[in-house]
Design a protein around this ligand. Structure first.
Ligand SMILES: [Mn+2]
Length: 323
């Protein structure tokens, strides 16, 4: 594992830096990318942030998505940095082939590398004790005694709030609160982040919410809850996939529920299974299914229909709950 000093050294040596995060970026993926981008800029470097900006969703109000790039050529960059992710197959498919050609890849992540995972990067800083990758990026600013701009503080704050669900998850530490205070002192537009991440609900959200609460199936004596949204269901409701995704944390809030699945059809016959747990570690099961994530929040995809998923879930539930 490399130190902050080594990361900073590598940034200083580079001229053109390409920045990536995991696909379907969440606020922490974007926050750490835009935050690291500003860090590179303050070091006098050219940087480009690569992401696919597909959706007109709340993230566009917090992050300058129009500044992201989509065409990546590895020979244009002497350093490639992956943030909030530690494997090439979890970045946007569009970039995978070209990124694997890069001659110098550096990893900055807080997802634990599981035992059965093949991991071959030499230059990697992986800190599962950090609640958000944005915190690792912030530590670079702190170590170099550089104050992030108000905009940068806002991106990092959004990342920190995203991955702790505004201080709600069990990944809290003294550092999380200290980082929040520091970012506030840097002038982060906290109210703006809260408006778009938590305060506003859209008419679409209400429709999803209604469907969600009307279609919960409980298993294992009420310990497990799931809801499935097929493309047809979403069409009927007149909502997009992003409106559904936002409810990944909802079912686990039901008192007594220890395991939840929010399931939505991404493309015909490809369902994303978004899992949450109150206490049990989901990572081994998720890895087995080809996915990844954090102990209480993981996801994976399956390539079959709703009927088969309904048959599979009771087995998954038993397997996960029985450890
Ligand atoms: Mn993260």
């Amino acid at each position: 594992m490399i130190t902050n000093k080594k990361i900073i050294e590598k940034v200083k040596k580079a001229k053109n830096i390409a920045i990536f995060a995991h696909r379907d970026p969440d606020p922490d993926a974007l926050g750490s990318m835009f935050g690291f981008g500003e860090f590179c800029q303050k070091m006098g470097k050219n940087y480009s942030i690569f992401a696919v900006n597909k959706y007109d969703n709340y993230l566009n109000h917090i992050f300058p998505m129009d500044r992201t790039k989509q065409e990546f050529v590895s020979t244009d960059f002497d350093l490639v940095v992956l943030l909030d992710v530690h494997s090439i197959d979890r970045i946007e498919v569009l970039f995978q082939e070209e990124v694997s050609k890069a001659k110098d890849i550096m990893i900055i992540d807080h997802h634990k590398v599981s035992e059965n995972e093949k991991f071959e990067f030499k230059n990697a800083k992986i800190m599962p004790e950090m609640a958000a990758a944005s915190e690792i990026v912030l530590s670079l600013f702190r170590d170099e005694n550089i104050k992030p701009s108000k905009e940068c503080a806002t991106y990092l704050y959004a990342g920190l709030m995203g991955d702790t669900d505004r201080f709600l998850h069990s990944n809290l530490s003294q550092r999380v609160f200290e980082d929040a205070i520091f970012l506030m002192q840097c002038g982060a537009y906290i109210q703006h982040v809260y408006d778009f991440m938590y305060r506003y609900i859209t008419k679409e959200d209400i429709k999803v919410n209604q469907y969600l609460y009307n279609n919960i199936t409980y298993l294992d004596g009420g310990k497990t809850a799931f809801v499935i949204f097929s493309i047809r269901d979403m069409k009927k409701l007149g909502v997009g996939i992003d409106a559904v995704k936002e409810f990944s944390n909802t079912l686990i809030r039901i008192k007594g529920v220890e395991l939840s699945f929010l399931i939505y059809e991404r493309v015909p016959k490809e369902y994303k299974i978004s899992m949450r747990s109150a206490s049990v570690n989901l990572v081994p099961f998720s890895n087995k299914m080809g996915g990844g994530g954090h102990p209480n929040a993981t996801g994976f995809s399956v390539f079959y229909g709703k009927t088969k998923i309904k048959q599979e879930i009771p087995k998954w539930s038993l397997e996960i709950l029985n450890g």
